[in-house]
Design a protein around this ligand. Structure first.
Ligand SMILES: Cc1cc2nc3c(=O)[nH]c(=O)nc-3n(C[C@H](O)[C@H](O)[C@H](O)COP(=O)(O)O)c2cc1C
Length: 449
């Protein structure tokens, strides 16, 4: 019998909370970015709540790229995602482990190997959020060349992911015999040489890591530009996205599902999980008070610094904060978020400091402040009206903001039959309802020597 369609929910862990001033709030652990035990406690809490996955983002640089009066948000230093997820694999059993790694600053072979290892270590719970990286600050940590152009980054990523999937398919699932009698450890006919030669990479293979119980890691993408959506439609199984309104969410959802079909894939092979920044109270007033308490902690210079980074790396501190958001050229950064922020400023006639305060928590994602019923109502509407297959929860503070969602909103979603009581399976794919991939990608007929 088909499973009832239920929400897929991830916990987007940005230490010590998504709000730019979270670290100054008593509900946040200010040094979480350097405390594995703090992350482990949060991971176990999320797993006990039966959430689908944990997700950590990544930028290959100190995120606050401009010192602002010596005050910073807490995004200056944080764990490398794959390393963190390998540690969390050892303290959890069922929750998915999603790490962000950039195709622009890695090579396919070692990235395929690390994720395949995480997938085996976690018994089939790994997921890779593929990004191409948006900032010059990152490019400067790898060479003195300028950052690749946006279109070139995605062209490289298209080839990169095909090589990684081809490498993940090096050994067939039943390649290993471990036959002590005959002395045959694995069947060489079930080991495949990739022999990839392309514009960006020449990778012979095979990969020296086996497939996992879920085949290979789940592929996640968060692009929203034309090349970003095409890459996602061809290869991704989860897409993260920032959508302000139900109409925007429906348009993005329909666009992506139609693109998936054009790539010969079934629409339910790709789950659309927009971000939600929930501020939950036992009353609307309590929720509003919680939000205002966070907003009151925003240092204007830090808020404008975050906006500068999000709007494409322009230094808005050079403009009057009470003045309009200036017309700025399209940058080589992420296209869709810059566009979303300009639209928001124009639509609501926001000054620089007003826009900075507006995005200080959710950074352009969907922000909902209210009771558990209010938030569940809005989640249910987007889920049932074709705006999402699930959501990436962005707790304002960690751990308190996640605790609020788990203790207050999840029971309301379960009461409505919208979220699981227990995990359906052992692997991330089983719990997401995604097919276990058979071997695909380029491979050579002959076995490896
Ligand atoms: C939920 C979410 C998480 C993201 N995490 C990262 C990240 O960790 N690192 C990164 O470089 N970009 C991240 N991005 C940015 C995307 O990779 C992408 O660059 C951005 O959405 C703009 O789309 P475009 O690249 O197609 O222009 C994230 C985007 C979203 C919506």
């Amino acid at each position: 019998m088909a499973r009832p369609r239920q929400l897929k929910l991830g916990a987007f862990l940005m230490a010590p909370g998504h709000h730019v001033a979270a670290w100054r709030h008593p509900g946040a652990q200010a040094d979480l970015g350097a405390d594995f035990r703090g992350y482990a406690a949060i991971a176990r809490q999320a797993e006990a709540a039966k959430l689908d996955l944990l997700f950590v983002d990544d930028v290959l640089a100190v995120k606050d790229t401009r010192p602002a009066t010596g005050k910073r948000s807490a995004r200056s230093a944080f764990f490398e995602p794959l390393t963190l997820m390998a540690g969390l694999a050892a303290v959890t059993e069922r929750i998915g482990l999603t790490a962000t790694v950039s195709t622009t600053f890695h090579e396919p072979y070692n990235l395929a190997r690390k994720f395949a290892s995480l997938d085996l270590i976690s018994a089939g719970r790994a997921a890779w959020n593929l990004v191409t990286s948006n900032t010059e600050a990152e490019a400067q940590n790898f060479s003195d060349l300028p950052h690749l152009r946006h279109a070139d980054r995605y062209q490289r990523a298209e080839e990169f992911i095909d090589v990684v999937i081809g490498l993940w398919n090096s050994f067939d699932d039943d390649a290993f015999a471990h036959d002590r009698t005959s002395g045959v450890y694995y069947d060489p006919a079930k080991l495949h040489v990739l022999a990839h030669r392309g514009r960006h990479f020449a990778v012979r293979g095979p990969l020296n890591v086996r497939r996992s119980p879920q085949g290979h890691p789940v592929i996640v993408q968060a692009g929203s530009s034309e090349p970003g959506k095409e890459l996602a439609a061809r290869t991704a199984e989860i897409v993260f996205t920032a959508q302000q309104t139900l109409a925007d969410a429906q348009a993005f959802y329909n666009d992506l599902k139609s693109r998936v079909a054009r790539h010969g894939r079934a629409p339910d092979e790709l789950l659309v999980m927009p971000g939600i920044f929930p501020v939950v109270g036992r009353s609307r007033q309590e929720a509003q008070d919680k939000f205002e308490a966070l907003q009151a902690l925003i240092d204007p210079a830090v808020g404008i610094q975050l906006l500068s980074d999000m709007i494409g790396g322009f230094d808005l501190s050079a403009y009057p904060p009470d003045g309009p958001v200036p017309d700025l050229p399209e940058t080589n950064g992420g296209k869709s978020r810059q566009h979303l922020l300009f639209e928001l400023a124009r639509r609501d006639g926001l000054t620089i400091i007003e826009l900075a305060r507006r995005i200080a928590g959710a950074r352009g994602h969907w922000q909902v402040v209210g009771t558990a019923q209010d938030i569940a109502d809005q989640i249910e509407e987007r889920f049932t009206k074709g705006g999402a297959d699930g959501f990436n929860i962005m707790p304002p503070t960690l751990p308190a903001g996640l605790t609020d969602f788990i203790d207050l909103v999840l029971p309301e979603l379960r009461r409505r039959g919208l979220f699981r009581i227990d995990y359906e399976g052992a692997t991330l794919r089983e719990n997401l309802g995604l097919p276990r991939p058979t071997r695909r990608g380029t491979d050579q007929a002959q076995a490896a020597e």
